[in-house]
Design a protein around this ligand. Structure first.
Ligand SMILES: [Zn+2]
Length: 205
């Protein structure tokens, strides 16, 4: 069993009834799905497919094994009183909607106004990544990123904007291929101060 599978087990909800399926059970489930759509899981071209699909899901859902709050723990306090907005723009992410397990492909803009300490900028991107690599809806993803930064860094304010296309409606369902969804969450001075909010919105153009 790979280390990632062990990692997946760690953050699972603690519940007496919850039993983590093993890899063989997951592969059997994929064989069932292949039969259900009308193909033969035993033909040559599909023989390795259930194993590949299991590995692919491990990679797409690594976010369950990580704690985003921990990623933000290391901060820097020698910032010469810097209290202006910090914005990491257009962080690309790939997620999956929890209703169809279809891809959500988008970009996130993450901004905050620090209060005495800042975090390494790559850590902001990592927080986006960890929440994205779980089953999501865009509204929840947006709120989780903002709330975590707010809880851990205790800044003067946080803003998160996400623009994403949802394959459950672009490549299936109603097939609106050029529609994207925009969500935002503003906390602290991003919510209360119109100028701050406007500055952030203009950066996300
Ligand atoms: Zn969906």
């Amino acid at each position: 069993m790979s280390s990632r599978v062990h990692a997946l087990e760690r953050l699972r909800p603690v519940s007496a009834e919850f039993v983590q399926p093993n890899r063989a059970e997951v592969e059997t489930a994929f064989r069932t799905i292949i039969r259900w759509i009308g193909d033969d899981p035993d033909r040559d071209g599909l023989a390795e497919t259930p194993a590949r699909m299991a590995r692919a899901l491990e990679e797409l859902f690594t976010g369950y094994a990580e704690n985003p709050a921990e990623i933000l723990q290391k901060t820097f306090e020698e910032i010469e009183g810097y209290e202006e907005m910090i914005v990491l723009r257009a962080i690309r992410f790939e997620s999956h909607c929890e209703h169809h397990m279809a891809p959500i492909i988008g970009k996130a803009w993450v901004g905050y106004v620090p209060s005495g300490r800042v975090v390494g900028i790559s850590k902001l991107a990592r927080v986006v990544e960890v929440y994205a690599k779980r089953l999501q809806i865009q509204e929840k993803l947006t709120a989780q990123i903002a709330n975590t930064i707010d809880d851990v860094l205790k800044p003067q304010g946080v803003g998160v904007i996400i623009k994403a296309s949802h394959h459950c409606m672009t490549t299936r369902g109603i097939h609106k291929s050029d529609a994207d969804l925009v969500t935002s969450r503003m906390l602290g001075c991003f919510r209360e101060n119109q100028a701050t909010r406007q500055e952030f919105l203009s950066m996300a153009g």
